[in-house]
Ligand binder design. Structure first.
Ligand code: ACM
Length: 510
């Protein structure tokens, strides 16, 4: 380690870290001393190190590697931890299990990059540099959204994505499960959602509005058991899976399955094969609200996430304006007109989630239009984050010019087809502060954090997902965990971190 860089090259950067002279050696004789409640952290350490190192890391009462839950560290919060590596012992401490899970990712990054490999390495001794680290995240929400509605990915790949999030101390995996082009979550009460809504005849080639198609059917749906197992797998790594079920727009796949939920019952619709914003939206009759509540009951059974995302964005009101039934509903509810049905709809479903002890979460179009008990996910403009926080919403910044990974990451014409509209390079992600400058202390406290978005209109393979995700997700993880870090310092740490991504066979952007 060069003298000018006495901190370890970790991503995200710890709140406080210093390297010390010397090493602790992990080998077949290293044992773990595990305090009550810390066993799941020991299990994760073994699971993560086993493929490359084969180290048994057996438990023992006088183990040199100590994993301990210590309520006195409560000041470090849910995810903070302390790590001391000395020549003869390692001490990892946290007040909560999640803190230990974060610390284990730090241990993993301190080891030589080959320790992250999924194949067995020849080495028998693994050197951990001596270090003193005290670490806490700046933001409580450090997420990644993956759209599995436009293009489905098997749950085996979602597990790998979770592992890559965990490496970066991310804590929210937002799964975009439904959209106009596909419904991926099985619902026992409405089996046609996946039987019909899980298949589309073909996909548009090129961006929204281009009228050519690939002629290739696309399909996919998870089983309930797969999703439950994914939730457990993520929880073992300290990650919450946040499900998103879109309503009242972005529902064409649901309407293909159950046309009676739309505004023109009897009209048969296909699962959408186009990209862009679809005019076809849910009707506002009681049957639709019952449907949404029924679906969300099953969603809540599978996903213990405190937050349930109900989409909410890009909902054209053309159908409601034309519909006599919708106008009558608006009048009966005392609304100013059919346009106001959007907020009314979200409010009804939000109330239902709140009654079930969950926080409703939705994409904010302006930051000031959502019902007050919603958590707002702002995406169109950074000003919307401040507007939402001022209004009293907890808010997550998903500003598209800094967090949308479906934009190209460079202007190089050899970049694969990307969402038109610009470039989001590594520096744009790294430079995005989710916290608006003008926010006062109370408003700032409402800004929970930030997350990446990967919409998958043009993204069909895991290799392409990883190309778009890395290293941009590393920059967001750094921002979310560490706050503002110096660009040159981030670049230097990222250089080393790339060796870790390579050891994991992440097919990242060069
Ligand atoms: C969005 O980009 N549809 C939130």
């Amino acid at each position: 380690m060069p003298a000018h860089h006495p901190e370890p090259d970790l991503v995200p950067r710890p709140a406080k870290a210093a390297l010390r002279p010397g090493h602790f050696t992990l080998d077949a004789g290293t044992t773990l001393r595990i305090s009550a409640g810390a066993e799941p952290a020991a299990d994760l350490l073994r699971t993560l190190l086993a493929p490359a190192t084969g180290l048994p890391l057996r438990p023992s009462h006088d183990g040199q590697f100590v994993l301990t839950l210590d309520p006195q560290l409560g000041g470090l919060g849910e995810e903070g931890y302390g790590l001391t590596v000395g020549p003869n012992a390692v001490l990892l401490r946290a007040a909560h299990l999640t803190g230990l899970l974060r610390g284990i990712q730090t241990v993993r990054q301190l080891l030589p990059a080959q320790a992250l490999s999924e194949t067995s390495q020849r080495r028998t001794r693994w050197l951990l540099p001596c270090a003193e680290i005290t670490d806490v995240p700046r933001h409580v929400w450090r997420g990644a959204m993956l759209d599995v509605a436009r293009h489905f990915q098997p749950v085996s790949y979602l597990r790998r994505y979770v592992d890559l999030l965990a490496l970066h101390k991310m804590n929210m995996f937002h799964l975009h499960l439904t959209d106009d082009q596909g419904w991926r979550m099985p619902v026992a009460a409405y089996p046609k959602l996946t039987e019909i809504g899980g298949h589309r005849a073909q996909s548009m080639k090129g961006p929204a509005g281009s009228d050519t198609y690939d002629g290739i059917p696309h399909e996919g749906a998870y089983t309930r058991a797969e999703l439950s197992a994914l939730v457990a797998y993520a929880a073992d790594r300290g990650i919450t899976v946040v499900p998103e079920i879109e309503m009242p727009g972005h529902v064409r796949a649901a309407l293909a399955a159950y046309p009676e939920l739309g505004n023109s019952p009897g009209r048969s619709l296909d699962v959408w094969t186009r990209w862009g914003v679809c005019d076809t939206v849910f009707g506002v009759h009681d049957q639709v609200l019952d449907f949404c509540r029924g679906v969300l009951e099953e969603v809540m059974d599978v996903f213990p996430s405190p937050h349930i995302h109900i989409g909410g964005e890009e909902c054209p009101t053309t159908e409601w304006t034309r519909s006599v039934a919708a106008s009558e509903r608006a009048a009966a509810e005392g609304l100013s007109g059919p346009e106001a049905l959007h907020g009314w709809f979200l409010g009804r479903i939000g109330d239902f989630l709140v009654r079930h002890g969950r926080h409703p979460l939705a994409w904010a179009e302006t930051g000031t239009e959502l019902p007050l008990d919603f958590t707002a996910m702002t995406w169109r403009d950074p000003g919307h984050t401040l507007a939402a926080a001022r209004r009293g919403h907890p808010v997550i910044s998903a500003y598209h010019r800094a967090t949308y990974l479906d934009y190209a990451q460079s202007a190089d014409p050899r970049e694969p087809q990307a969402q038109p509209g610009g470039v989001v390079d590594l520096r744009a992600v790294h430079g995005h502060d989710p916290l608006p400058e003008q926010a006062d202390a109370q408003e700032a406290a409402r800004v929970l954090g930030t997350q990446t978005q990967l919409w998958t209109e043009f993204v069909t393979t895991p290799a392409h997902i990883e190309y778009l995700t890395f290293p941009r997700l590393c920059a967001l993880a750094d921002r979310g965990w560490s706050g503002a870090t110096d660009w040159a310092d981030f670049e230097a740490r990222l250089d080393t971190h790339m060796e870790r991504l390579d050891a994991l066979d992440v097919r990242h952007h060069p």
